[in-house]
Design a binder for this molecule. Structure first.
Ligand SMILES: *[C@@H]1O[C@H](CO)[C@@H](O)[C@H](O)[C@H]1NC(C)=O
Ligand SMILES: *[C@@H]1O[C@H](CO)[C@@H](O)[C@H](O)[C@H]1NC(C)=O
Ligand SMILES: *[C@@H]1O[C@H](CO)[C@@H](O)[C@H](O)[C@H]1NC(C)=O
Ligand SMILES: *[C@@H]1O[C@H](CO)[C@@H](O)[C@H](O)[C@H]1NC(C)=O
Ligand SMILES: *[C@@H]1O[C@H](CO)[C@@H](O)[C@H](O)[C@H]1NC(C)=O
Length: 385
């Protein structure tokens, strides 16, 4: 069987420790509140249940229109043949670790429980549930793809899902070092691909695990046949690039150039951004590498058009976050709704509850556009995790 992991033999050494909690398929509509007053008064508060507010982007022709959680448009995800060969030759790679060791902080936080649907999660179970939702969405929209989870050997993570592989990579996965370690783990993964000379079998999507893949994202490799590495951008002066989605062409050349590019990012991180907030260092380093290229024109981030640029020896494709890394905006602010051809929804920060609710909703409806209406309608709510 085709596999995107070169380290399968290590798996035999990993004892099975987790029985993955099954997410509830029951979605309780009664817990959805649509009351305007409520959504206004709670905008600053973090909520432990789904709240639907007004849906942004209504009236704009190319945006998703909804009535409650009913989608009024068909989205690209609903028209593409996701039950067919979607995901063939694509491998998702994510870095994930479980913190179940007993520091004072962990003992305290492990007592915290959250209820989603009718399932109660401890803090660790919660992050496992997010990881499960991540792989489950991929299984739905890109059933032929694989997922590799790069993890701390000490985390003893084990997942029983046929398209998911756990690949331990040595390193320092402590919370304060996680973003730095993530780039290191990505680089090591690409190095293994080069050593094993198994380039050309798969393309790689290096992503955060708090994303829902809602359409076949693998089409970017044919649509844009010449890039080595792809990044997502938005019109944001301070943080124009998001590190949660990095695509790597699976040719030997693509893997090699992407590795060299990420090495530059790692170097910038280590020399310039070690003091940055632990969640931002990699993004700042990514932006630094891109912007330090003499001919790079940051104005291109203000348009929604994809573009390609040679940077640090690689042909870098820039894709708009609006389609390839869409995040429900929290709180107030400009918000033009959701494009109909959105491919990835990113549940950054305290939107993880919404990700679990979205998966539960999908499980009970099997309808991606309606699920997107749920996400869009509650996009301004701040959640408790
Ligand atoms: C909780 O979820 C389970 C599994 O989906 C379901 O069988 C059960 O009826 C639910 N219980 C309640 C009280 O909703
Ligand atoms: C989406 O649905 C709305 C409401 O029915 C409609 O006005 C709009 O034209 C539709 N957009 C597309 C692209 O079909
Ligand atoms: C969808 O893909 C499957 C498997 O590749 C194929 O058999 C089927 O004909 C396709 N359906 C459409 C509508 O393209
Ligand atoms: C995590 O928990 C499992 C089972 O509870 C335990 O066997 C394992 O040693 C723990 N890992 C760490 C790093 O503490
Ligand atoms: C706790 O676990 C994390 C992740 O597995 C690891 O990086 C860290 O060193 C561990 N801390 C202790 C005190 O064992």
């Amino acid at each position: 069987m085709r596999s995107c992991s070169g380290w399968r033999r290590f798996l035999l050494l990993i004892p099975v420790l987790f029985v993955l909690p099954h997410l509830s398929s029951v979605f309780e509509f009664s817990s959805i509140s649509t009351k305007k007053e409520e959504s206004r008064s709670i905008r600053s508060k973090k909520l432990d249940h789904i709240v639907l507010g007004s849906v942004a982007g209504q009236g704009l022709p190319d945006r998703l229109h909804c009535r409650g959680t009913k989608a009024l448009n068909r989205t690209h995800a609903s028209t593409s043949n996701v039950t067919g060969g979607a995901g063939n030759g694509v491998c998702f790679v994510t870095v994930f670790t479980v913190y179940n060791n007993t520091s004072v902080e962990n003992v305290k936080s492990s007592n915290m429980v959250s209820v989603v649907g009718n399932v109660t999660y401890s803090k660790q179970e919660r992050s496992m549930a997010v990881l499960n939702a991540f792989t489950n969405f991929i299984q739905v929209t890109m059933p032929k793809s694989n997922v590799v989870i790069l993890t701390d050997p000490a985390s003893e993570l084990s997942i029983e899902q046929s398209n998911v592989m756990v690949q331990p990579v040595w390193g320092d996965y402590s919370r304060s070092n996680l973003m730095l370690q993530r780039i290191r783990s990505y680089i090591m993964f690409l190095e293994i691909k080069l050593e094993k000379n198994d380039g050309g079998i798969n393309h790689y999507l290096l992503t955060d695990s708090d994303i829902a893949v809602v359409d076949n994202i693998g089409t970017i490799f044919e649509k844009h046949p010449n890039f080595h590495i792809a990044l997502t951008f938005r019109n944001n002066k301070d943080q124009p690039l998001n590190s949660g989605f990095i695509a790597v062409r699976g040719s030997r050349e693509g893997i090699l150039r992407a590795k060299v590019f990420l090495e530059q990012v790692l170097k910038a991180y280590k020399t310039k951004y070690m003091k940055a907030s632990r969640m931002l260092g990699d993004q700042l380093a990514l932006v630094w590498v891109v912007k330090s290229h003499p001919s790079f024109d940051a104005k291109r981030f203000t348009k929604l058009q994809p573009f390609t640029q040679e940077i640090a020896g690689a042909s870098v494709l820039f894709l708009p976050c609006a389609l390839y890394n869409w995040t429900p905006p929290e709180g107030a602010g400009q918000f033009h709704g959701m494009p109909l051809d959105v491919k990835i929804v990113h549940f950054k920060g305290s939107r993880k509850r919404l990700m679990l609710e979205a998966w539960n909703f999908y499980k009970s409806t099997s309808n991606i556009p309606d699920m997107l209406c749920l996400v869009l309608g509650s996009g301004r709510t701040k959640y408790d995790f």
